[in-house]
Design a protein around this ligand. Structure first.
Ligand SMILES: [Zn+2]
Ligand SMILES: [Zn+2]
Length: 224
């Protein structure tokens, strides 16, 4: 069963509707998908409301666990904590922050701001994350992301090493914007190994950590 906690629809810069994305994932052996469109401060309410409704209907119809989330993206670092709290208040089930990927001019300090918020679940593509940031992620219970997305994936090896050394937990996500970006078992395994993970580390990444995230949020992998 595939878990993927980072995907986009046409509510931000993806190409599929929420239902198209969830349906496509469902027929590709996904058990759990979080739909996490890019948001800032002012567009969150509309996007979260739409995703909550679509995800609930898709889950009820098809048995896949579809979760309504957000990716707080290029929000000034001084506002990231407030944005994450607002997302939670509006009912977001999974809150990601767009981390300091090396392929975009993300404001330095964004990783630290995200890792300081109790409302954040996953720091996406954290780029050249530091040892102190990894330790903070461990302390806060925030997951660090290994990405299959081109560009963001350039630092997977660094994120895996520094993250695990700091005691943080890792997750592997697609950051899908198009249907062909969705995960397959083969891609997951290759990218995990390409990040330098050992067999036991890969098993923890793929089998233990996704349910741990769901449990942290009071969610389950059982269809509604
Ligand atoms: Zn991102
Ligand atoms: Zn993304």
């Amino acid at each position: 069963m595939i878990y993927d906690f980072h995907t986009h629809t046409y509510l931000s810069d993806g190409v599929l509707s929420p239902m198209e994305l969830i349906r496509t994932a469902h027929v590709q052996d996904y058990g759990v998908i979080a739909v996490t469109d890019h948001v800032g401060l002012e567009d969150q309410e509309r996007i979260i409301k739409t995703l909550l409704g679509e995800c609930r209907r898709a889950s009820e119809a098809w048995g896949i666990v579809a979760l309504a989330g957000v990716e707080i993206t290029h929000v000034p670092k001084s506002l990231i904590g407030e944005a994450a709290q607002r997302a939670r208040d509006f009912g977001a089930q999974i809150v990601l922050v767009h981390g300091e990927t090396i392929v975009e001019p993300v404001e330095p300090g964004s990783n630290l701001a995200a890792l300081s918020s109790p409302y954040v679940d996953i720091l996406a593509h954290p780029g050249l994350i530091t040892e102190d940031e990894a330790s903070l992620a461990a302390e806060m219970g925030i997951f660090l992301e290994i990405s299959t997305r081109r560009g963001h994936s350039l630092t997977n090896g660094h994120v895996a090493k520094v993250g695990l050394d700091g005691g943080a937990r890792l997750l592997l996500d697609s950051d899908a914007h198009r249907p062909e970006d969705l995960l397959t078992e083969k891609l997951i395994s290759m990218v995990a190994r390409g990040a330098g993970l050992t067999g036991p580390e890969e098993a923890t990444l793929l089998e233990s950590n996704p349910p741990a995230l769901l449990e942290r949020r009071g969610l389950t992998a059982q269809p509604r």
